[in-house]
Design a protein around this ligand. Sequence first.
Ligand code: ZN
Length: 381
Amino acid sequence: MDSLCWRRFFVVVITTSIFLSCLPIHRSKLVEIDPGKDSDTVQVRFLGVGGFYIRKGDDAILTAPLYSNPKLPELLKKPIPPNVARIDRFHPKTATDVKAILVGHAHYDHLMDVPYVWQRTPDAIIYGNRSMKHLLAGYKRDPVQDTGIPDIPPGKVIALNKEGANQVDYSMCKANGAPEEDPDCPQKTGGAGGWVSVPKSKVRIRALCSQHPAQFLMFHLWTGCVSDPLKSVPQKADEYLEGETLAYLIDFMDADNRTPLYRIYYQDAATSPTIGQVPPKLLQEKAVDLALLCVGSFDTVTDPAHIVANTKPRAVILGHWENFFRPQDKRLKGIPFLDVKRLIRLVKARLPETTEVYLPAPQTLFHFRPARAGSAPTSQP
Ligand SMILES: [Zn+2]
């Protein structure tokens, strides 16, 4: 590089460093969520990337976390085995009674660690799309030798867009056309779906049609679906085809399991309007209390704040914002070239001033009160 190039290079590096140091990151000490305490509050811990650990009393839910964090060159060349040591280190020790693990789409950064996380809480049912179910079919115990590969019974994995029994709510994907058609993913339109009760819990979920944007500029990697069950564990990132992307409503219900007390909206990929929105009819039944939104690739969609305009949540937590090619014990960095502060401005502009918008460091823990009056976390992260 000539001297001008070097100068430009240093300007970019320094600007990026200053930019990151200015991000309003929320942090907390590592606190285990205690199932026996605070049964009136909803506790939410950001686990990194798309992962959240959500608990109310005895009911605990996970959204798919990533702890292995393979480096970018590893994705291009090598198989990407999970990093079990990192899963052991970063996954919450109390998350052994989780009732459901929600997966929005089947890319490696949302699925590769899920079997090993499930192994730590094997009563959980894993919900997602058909592509996910077909990928997880490869997780079977080797009858000859113990390879440490989790043995996931097929009944523990549910495809919510199962052909002939599709439970996805497509109400808000009709106005602007359903998500792009893909001949390998035959069913991307349908009716209003329905609520799915999570067994042995007072939680119900509703899958909403959503979409996955290009990851960078116009480059959209690993599109399409895995159309048949795998016979062995997927080895490389390009085997994790995204399938139909889903967002979720998660309702924590009252003691009678009839009325929702606390509603969470969860998104694991940014969308353009009106894809991924909650149908007005559902919002009239119960407002959204907390929105968990995906920062990654927000700059490749139009109006990335449309979800908060639609859901009007009482609080927002932004996830999937950090550089996920680095493990959690390395210095925290944002996704390169992504102006997270701009997204925060866009989101805040669509909400009342009192609504908190959090950008948490991985393992940050929040406590929220279900009652309408106590919208702010009971303890600051
Ligand atoms: Zn993805």
